[in-house]
Design a protein around this ligand. Structure first.
Ligand SMILES: [Zn+2]
Length: 277
């Protein structure tokens, strides 16, 4: 568990556990001889984090992202595993499901919204009963009719019951949802993936989600094969770095198994580096 303060906000990194992604899918066009210098694989599988962040603003408790959850079909459990650790890791830092006021999903792939709901017997119910959930409307519209390429990534049980009940709010574009907490769309991984920007006391942090999934993906061309629009990923990363580097934003990483957050910097040779606070 890692914790830090950002102005008046307290940020706690909590994890749903470690799952495994195919290195080729994770690193896209980057040859294995290069990515294995950064991370060791086992049968080509790379350990991948499922990082959520709890933000306590002083008034509200916000949960960014909800991991894989415990509803994954058996055929996918065989491929990825299903650690299902989020609720116990939340309890370990003193957060009960009832404490959560707001849940933010950056997009609706199964490894980002799995604990939105929980299966009890035949019914699927909200894991965080009091929470208001947020996602982009465009992401949900796409999730209803995904391409054959990524249809496997969308599981309607993770969001449709919440939309039907009105508990999940669909956003149209960039928006501030609470004082100091705003959402900003960065296309590339999906068309409507949103980042979460936290601002308090003159400091800024950003949960950039799958736009830059780990500290291994800082280089512009290290783009995942999963991305639907890889060239747009590069454009969105440039736009992010142009603001985040000079303004010294803390970047929060969704899939880094070791480093939940770091400052992204550019060294003298123009190479991106992560400085862990
Ligand atoms: Zn992901």
């Amino acid at each position: 568990m890692q914790r830090l303060t950002l102005g008046d906000f307290e940020l706690t990194a909590v994890s749903d556990g470690i799952y495994h992604l195919d290195g080729g899918a994770f690193f896209g066009v980057v040859p294995k001889s290069l990515w294995t210098r950064k991370v060791k694989d086992e049968n080509n599988l790379v350990p991948t984090g499922l990082n959520s962040v709890v933000v306590r603003t002083g008034e509200r408790t916000v949960l960014i992202e909800t991991g894989i959850g415990n509803k994954l079909p058996e055929r996918l459990v065989k491929i990825y595993g299903q650690p299902a650790k989020l609720l116990e890791n939340l309890a370990a830092v003193g957060v009960a499901p009832d404490d959560i006021d707001v849940v933010i999903n950056t997009h609706l792939h199964f490894d980002h919204c799995g604990w939105n709901t929980v299966r009890r017997g035949d019914s699927v119910t909200p894991t965080f009963p009091r929470a208001k959930y947020y996602v982009q409307e465009g992401e949900w519209q796409y999730a209803r009719k995904p391409s054959e390429r990524d249809a496997i990534s969308y599981m309607t049980d993770n969001y449709d019951p919440l939309i039907k009940s009105g508990q999940m709010q669909l956003l149209r574009g960039d928006q501030e949802i609470l004082p100091g907490i705003s959402l900003q769309v960065f296309p590339g991984h999906t068309r409507f993936m949103q980042a979460v920007i936290l601002r308090s006391g003159g400091k800024t942090a950003c949960y950039i989600s799958d736009l830059i999934p780990t500290t291994w993906h800082l280089d512009l061309v290290w783009v995942m094969s999963f991305d639907l629009f890889p060239v747009e990923t590069m454009e969105s990363r440039k736009r992010y770095y142009e603001q985040a580097i000079p303004e010294k934003w803390l970047t929060l990483f969704t899939h880094d198994p070791y480093i939940p957050w770091a400052f992204v910097e550019k060294d003298e040779r123009g190479k991106m580096t992560a400085r862990v606070p």
